[in-house]
Design a protein around this ligand. Sequence first.
Ligand code: PMP
Length: 435
Amino acid sequence: MTHIFPRHTRAHPPVAAQGDGAYIIDSSGKRYLDGSGGAAVSCLGHSDPEVIAAIKAQADQIAFAHTGFFTSEPAERLADRLIQHAPDGIDRVYFVSGGSEAVEAALKLARQYFLERGEPQRTRFIARRQSYHGNTLGALSTGGNAWRREPFAPLMIDTSHISPCYEYRGREEGETQEAYGQRVADELEAELQRVGPENVIAFVAEPVVGATAGAVPAVPGYFKRIREICDRHGILLILDEVMCGMGRTGTLFACEQDGIAPDIVTIAKGLGAGYQPVGAMLCTSTIYAAIENGSGFFQHGHTYIGHPMACAAADAVVEKLTDGGMTKRAAQMGAILETALNDTFGQHPNVGDIRGRGMFRGLELVADRDTKAPFDPELSVHKTLKAAAFEAGLICYPMGGTIDGRQGDHVLLAPPFILTENQVGELVDKLSKAL
Ligand code: PMP
């Protein structure tokens, strides 16, 4: 008997009793290799001594001081560290407790920015159909995933969605990667013309699409074109790096590999690495200056923003990701994982595509490799796979609705960066058996 709301998949999950590096051990002693870091969270594994020590030390100092009255050393330190490594032009941080909160803060900051500039008619956001930006109402409205949105419709009506950059299914035969990237990016231009660019606040996108699609990066040049279109019309570019950020793709921020910088970027998940619930929204000095010189402050807030324990944990995490070399390790182990996945699943009749960057990889599951036909959604192949993998002692992140929110299945892999080569082998082996 439990008094906790069940998740949709397992009414009575096992009790997680102990963390041991890349493994979680349940109360019966069964070991699970964490092949997805939960949901791309546990980038440093489950028993990192430095992060644990940082949390303990902060608890001994002070656990909580409301930001209406105080700042704290760990929050200041973490902000400095993040800005030192942030994309060009980003120089302010707003701390929150998770990914959805970070996205909500981004949407509201962007709206307030244009209000300060005397452009109240800008109320619209444009995002992509293949995306997840969180479960709170604003974030859910921005995300494009049909099955998550539909039960709660109507959502924020001023949001529209364009196609994702989804090479496996989108690129036509004979079309170069570059031409494909420009063609899908130009859907933003067309949508701006349809709704009037003067009415739009921002374009919102995940640089590498995570939960809804299984680590789908954009083709080279796509985000450069998106950036150009945003600049041409004076709309903001908000990148959601809640899942793909914090070293996951082999660079601290995923957008570094697309050669662009956003106006606002959101991070969470890997920021606290699972040791504390923490997220952040980062913005440029231009945006911050408009607020500072206008009404003076961002009209937003939560009780737990800048929580000292959360910031102490995140500061230890980011130190390890940067100076500690863990982001470089994600790139190195990611290349090993990529090779292992290609070797094992490259010819698998039910694996249509293997994609991703660094320690962020996705396999698209198909009924027919040649025609790319997806499985019948009624079969819920992703759920069967998740259960089979779990049974075999592997945590991975399969999901349905890959193609359009209704059809398609994929499995997302986002293991801790501390994975050894042997553990890469174990992951791929267990996944192969489950498949
Ligand atoms: N944005 C992205 C890209 C995400 O992947 C997620 C979570 N899967 C969120 C936002 C929401 O984060 P949270 O679950 O921490 O609210």
